[in-house]
Every structure is written in C-alpha cells, then in structure tokens.
Design a protein around this ligand. Structure first.
Ligand code: AMP
Ligand code: MG
Length: 288
C-alpha cells in the first residue's frame, strides 16, 4: 500500500526503517540520539523539511479536493511520547507547513468529568478528523494503556482488554478510509533532563514546565514497559507504529514529515475530474 522508495536525502524510507518490527522492537536498545536512514545534519534536515513541507501541503490539498468531490478519505497522525519528546514541535514545524484549514488538531489531556462517564474511546470517536483533513492526535487513546496502566487508574483486567479494543477500533477506522500513521516519539532520559532544565532556566519557557513532569520522569522504567507493550500488541498491518528517535528535533520533524508524505502517496490520490464542462464554463464566465 505504501510507497517504499527512499525519499530525497534518505538512504532508506522512514516508513520502512522506523516501522515497529513484527519480530519485535526492543525499546531498551533504542538510541534516541540516532538518525536512522538520514546521514545529513541539522541544516540539511531543515532545508529539506521546507521543500518537503511544500509537497506535503500539495498532497493535503489533493486529499481535500477529493473529499469535496465526494471521495472522502482522511489521514490520522497519532503522536505519543513522554513530556518534552517534541510533540508540540511536530505540530508547529511539520503540520505548520500545511494549510491550517486542512488540519484537525485534537489534544488529549486528563479526561473531563463527562469523558470519565463514557467508554475510553468515546472522546476518541468525537475527535476523528473530518474527511479531506489530516487529523493530529496530540496524545491519544493510547494514554488509556500508558498513564492508566502506569498509575493504576483502572484495574489490570480493564487496561488489559483495551489493547484488543484499540486494534478493533483502528481496523474499523482503516476500513472506513482513514489512513492511520502512529508515531511513538522517544527522547533519552538525559536529553529530557536538558529540556526540562531549559524550560526552567528561560523565563519565557517557564510556562511549559509542569511540576508533574518530574514524577512521570521518575516512573521512566514503568513507562518504558507500557510503551513496549503498545509496540508489541498494537502495531498492526492497518495501523503500524513508527518508532522515532527524538533527541535531535531536526531528525524527528523531518522523519514525521516523510511518514505523512508516504501515507498520502500511498492513497494514490489524483485531482478530481470536474463535474462540469470546463470549456462551457469558461465561455459562461467570459459572457458574464
Ligand atoms: P500535556 O500533553 O503535557 O498537556 O499533558 C496532558 C496530560 O494528560 C498528561 O499528563 C497525560 O498523561 C494526561 N492524560 C491524557 N490522557 C489521559 C487519560 N486517558 N487518563 C489520564 N490522564 C491522561
Ligand atoms: Mg506536559
């Protein structure tokens, strides 16, 4: 389904090389400072991102054009990662290259009182992207098997059944024409410390610091285990996980741009044929 040719500047396609392996991706072995498939540095990545961003924007416009003419499909980007992994940066620097009208952004925070009265997927359904749009889940339904599991917010018997429910839900979405791009973002403990300190030392970044982040940081091994479980149990053919090393923001941003481009190319979109006669309409406009 997806195109596997390496994009410009890459030795291997990130959609292939970052994909969570069916034989198992071991998070303990992941080097968050690595840049798999890309041998360039920061400046090459930044200029490539600009060019590829224009192409991504064009592809999204085609997705929208198809929805307008009734062939409605959509793309859903799921971003999961620990604090400071760079989810916000992906939204600003990658999705920011696309016409904002084409993006449906949905952040998932602590469930509200109303949300807690429903099944965990209730708010997920409500947040799905409109046809023709790229939806972005900034955190997602996976929090219900990550934070919920680590903090024992529900009994094990409950979170244990959620993996299957998530797989069924995503399969149903895919059958309805949504292309799902799941990105698990990994920053190293050492780099997370630097980023938290940077937020504290710069008064203009203080607002980004959350005292809770330190508590989560101390639970790192438990999160690691919970992340490993989602890779092992919810990376399916229709909705595979991609594991993105995030110590270098320039790498993770370019990689996610390429994952989105690959997903859109795989949809084999074309500009829709007008439902009117173009020459006739030119004549009408001229006469008017
Ligand atoms: P942030 O993304 O930094 O704005 O933080 C959102 C917070 O909401 C994180 O601490 C998440 O773990 C938390 N959160 C998101 N979804 C859930 C959930 N289903 N249950 C409990 N906490 C959640
Ligand atoms: Mg936060």
């Amino acid at each position: 389904m997806t195109h596997k040719k390496a994009p410009p500047g890459w030795a291997t396609s990130p959609s292939r090389s970052l994909r969570a392996g069916s034989g198992g991706t071991c998070l303990a072995d992941l080097d968050a400072a690595s840049t798999p498939g890309f041998s360039g540095g920061k400046s090459e990545a930044a200029s490539l991102l600009e060019t590829r961003g224009r192409y991504l924007n064009e592809l999204q416009e085609m997705l929208y054009a198809n929805a307008v003419s009734g062939q409605g499909r959509s793309v859903l980007l799921v971003l999961q990662g620990m604090d400071t992994a760079g989810k916000g940066g992906i939204i600003r620097h990658v999705l920011g290259l696309v016409n904002p009208e084409g993006i449906d952004h949905a952040p998932f925070g602590v469930p509200t009182a109303e949300e807690r009265q429903h099944h965990f997927l209730w708010r997920t359904y409500k947040a799905l992207p409109r046809l023709g749009h790229i939806g972005v889940f900034d955190r997602s339904h996976y929090e219900d098997v990550l934070v919920a599991r680590v903090h024992r917010l529900v009994p094990e018997a409950v979170w244990e059944t959620r993996y299957g429910e998530i797989n069924d839900f995503e399969r149903q979405l895919a059958n309805q024409g949504t292309v799902i791009v799941k990105v698990a973002m990994f920053v190293s403990l050492a780099e997370q410390k630097n980023r938290l300190l940077a937020r504290l030392r710069d008064p203009e970044k203080n607002w980004k610091y959350d005292r809770k982040d330190v508590e989560e940081r101390l639970l790192w091994p438990h999160y690691q285990e919970a992340y490993q479980a989602i890779l092992d149990r919810t990376s399916t053919d229709v909705a595979p996980w991609h594991v993105v090393p995030c110590d270098h923001k320039w790498y993770s941003r370019l990689a996610v741009a390429e994952l989105l481009i690959d997903a859109l190319e795989g949809m084999e979109l074309a500009w829709p044929t007008p439902i009117y006669d173009v020459d006739e309409e030119i004549a009408r406009v001229m006469r008017s």
